[in-house]
Design a protein around this ligand. Structure first.
Ligand code: I22
Ligand code: ZN
Length: 187
């Protein structure tokens, strides 16, 4: 396969995944309403994920605290992926599987929403943090791919992308992240 053919294949797989999101639009709108209700009731939204999904967590949290498109007041959202002192101390003292759950234990309130990005749906640190959020009584949202993994069964809401290819799943995740921010700012 030439390099151009390689790129054409990726582009066509990306387009196919995006086209298959259409039936999920009601589910995406439902999650947007959960986010809107949370923020209207004084809650905050916590995000987490590993690797590219850590970047997605920070990206979406930044749209909420800053702005997506509309001039408005800042809204409360935190990416649990950014504080290297917390990540290294909890990782070092308790283990990598606890880097998010410990922060959920410390920061999450029942009126909050906790969002886990995991293309496999099986990253142990995300799964454990979602379990902690549920125990607190917060609403939980999984952003996954493939079969949805463990998060699909665990989360109150799970948006599972119709692909098993990590980059294609992540590209769909950020489209949905932007769409949710769009609906957060809608009248
Ligand atoms: O961005 C990518 C691949 O596109 C990687 O950094 C990827 O996020 C990492 O391998 C993650 O550790 C995968 O974890 P997960 O999505 O299965 O939870
Ligand atoms: Zn990636």
């Amino acid at each position: 396969m030439t390099h151009i053919e390689n790129l054409q294949q990726a582009l066509s797989q990306h387009a196919s995944v995006m086209a298959q999101l259409e039936p999920m639009l009601p589910q995406i709108a439902e999650v947007a309403q959960v986010w809107r209700d949370c923020l209207a009731n004084g809650g905050k939204i916590l995000f987490m994920g590993n690797g590219g999904s850590a970047a997605d967590s920070q990206h979406v949290a930044a749209e909420i605290v800053g702005r997506y498109k509309k001039e408005r007041k800042g809204l409360p959202a935190i990416a649990l992926t950014t504080d290297t002192s917390i990540l290294t101390s909890v990782g070092n003292d308790y283990g990598f599987d606890f880097i998010f759950s410990r922060q959920v234990e410390a920061l999450c309130l029942p009126q909050d929403v906790v969002v886990g990005f995991s293309t496999s749906g099986n990253s142990a640190n995300v799964v454990r943090a979602i379990e902690t959020a549920k125990a607190i009584g917060a609403k939980t949202v999984g952003m996954t791919g493939g079969s949805g993994g463990k998060l699909a069964a665990l989360c109150d809401y799970c948006l599972t992308m119709p692909s098993s290819d990590t980059p294609r799943i992540q590209e769909a995740h950020i489209f949905i992240g932007h769409s949710l921010c769009d609906l957060l700012e809608a009248d």
